[in-house]
Design a protein around this ligand. Structure first.
Ligand SMILES: N=c1c2ncn([C@@H]3O[C@H](COP(=O)(O)OP(=O)(O)OP(=O)(O)O)[C@@H](O)[C@H]3O)c2ncn1[C@@H]1O[C@H](COP(=O)(O)O)[C@@H](O)[C@H]1O
Length: 107
């Protein structure tokens, strides 16, 4: 099987967002609106943090998958293409995180 990417997930979310809410969790979340979708994203973030500090590798993988999926739904509702996020990450590769932090604190 070829590698599954975040871009593949973005396309699935965009397609399922147009399904009937009774047939699709994605469509149900999109119909509920950004507040509900963002709340789910926050819950999954907290569950990912708990898995990380519990030293539970399997749970960390599962919760990270939930987190990335719900992030894709939130980006879809906000009409923010994943490529915008990737471009921002690419832009940041020009300096280290420590350098960026130092520039922010001492402009
Ligand atoms: N990757 C996911 C994915 N990860 C998690 N989830 C769903 O996210 C939901 C959140 O789970 P929780 O247990 O936290 O929430 P809950 O208790 O069910 O919900 P509430 O109490 O908040 O109502 C569950 O229903 C999961 O099935 C996902 N739903 C869909 N996808 C992808 O989206 C595709 C399309 O799915 P549908 O939109 O459902 O057709 C799937 O084939 C997958 O590729």
């Amino acid at each position: 099987m070829s590698e599954f990417t975040l871009s593949d997930l973005e396309n699935i979310v965009a397609a399922r967002a147009k399904a009937a809410p009774e047939d699709s969790w994605t469509a149900k979340l999109v119909a509920a609106g950004q507040r509900k979708a963002a709340k789910k994203l926050g819950e999954e973030a907290v569950e990912t943090v708990i898995a990380a500090i519990s030293d539970d590798r399997k749970n960390l993988v599962d919760e990270s998958a939930d987190l990335l999926y719900h992030l894709m739904v939130v980006l879809n509702i906000a009409a923010v293409p994943l490529q915008d996020v990737m471009s921002e990450l690419a832009r940041r590769t020009s300096q280290s995180g420590l350098q960026e932090k130092a520039n922010r604190q001492n402009p």
